[in-house]
Design a protein. Structure first.
Length: 249
């Protein structure tokens, strides 16, 4: 592991993942890899164990990966630093008010939409972030922003300055490439705004729930079409992860 991402979600983690992979530090582990792990692997279970304070085989979990960003790994940056003492740390940041609004409208809203097939994953995220980091108080805006700001300061105090980059993706290639000691690509810095994806996914979930109450004939066809759209969304997620692996080979 060369790079450990310590930034909270919605601080440009997907853009940073794509940037690191473009710079040759891929594949980069992201929450998407937890949702769609490699065949035969159950990363949700591993992170649930980590949230309970149990020992994790980091080498096995991150086999083949050169970097991590986003939660759940960002929550365990201290443990990862102990496991990979030569790794550098990237701390993604953004304006606190904008950060809270983005989280509230996307991943927090999504955490309220539960389904049997994703319940284990949702419980893991609850344990790691909503109840773990945020202590069940994310809806208290001032408290949540306080936790966010305290996390940033703690990382700064924990990680040696020569191994840490505090980075806003709006800064582009310059600071990141300088920190990593690689030339900047001629292409623009990746911009992966997932907010619209989250909102679309939420709408699909809610619409499927509404379909449960529709009349039997119309309801079944309605739900079938919505499930097809959800399947297409999830397949695109898998395709993007597989593309990242191919680029790193």
């Amino acid at each position: 592991m060369d790079i450990i991402g310590a930034g909270f979600p919605r601080t440009g983690t997907m853009s940073l993942k794509k940037a690191l992979e473009r710079l040759g530090f891929g594949p980069c582990y992201h929450m998407r890899e937890v949702l769609a792990p490699r065949p035969g692997e159950d990363h949700t279970r591993v992170w649930t164990e980590a949230a309970r304070g149990r020992r994790v085989d980091w080498d096995s979990l991150f086999a083949g990966y050169r970097a991590t960003v986003d939660i759940p790994s960002a929550v365990f940056y201290r443990e990862l630093l102990a496991a990979y003492p030569d790794a550098r740390v990237l701390l993604g940041v953004r304006d606190p008010e904008a950060w809270y609004a983005s989280v509230n409208e996307t991943i927090y809203a999504l955490s309220k939409v539960r389904a049997p097939e994703t319940e284990a994953f949702a419980r893991m995220v609850d344990s790691v972030f909503w109840n773990g980091v945020m202590h069940g108080r994310f809806e208290d805006k001032a408290y949540a922003i306080g936790v966010y700001e305290a996390h940033i300061e703690t990382v700064k105090q924990t990680v040696s300055p020569d191994r840490l980059l505090v980075f806003d993706v709006k800064e582009g290639w310059g600071p990141l490439c300088g920190f990593l000691g690689v030339p900047a690509p001629p292409t623009p810095f990746p911009h992966a705004n997932e907010a619209d994806d989250f909102i679309d996914y939420l709408r699909l979930k809610w619409m499927i729930g509404d379909g449960e109450d529709a009349d039997p004939g119309k309801g079944e066809d309605y739900k079938r079409r919505l499930h097809e759209r959800m399947a297409a969304f999830e397949q695109r997620l898998l395709d993007e992860i597989e593309a990242g692996w191919r680029e790193a080979e």
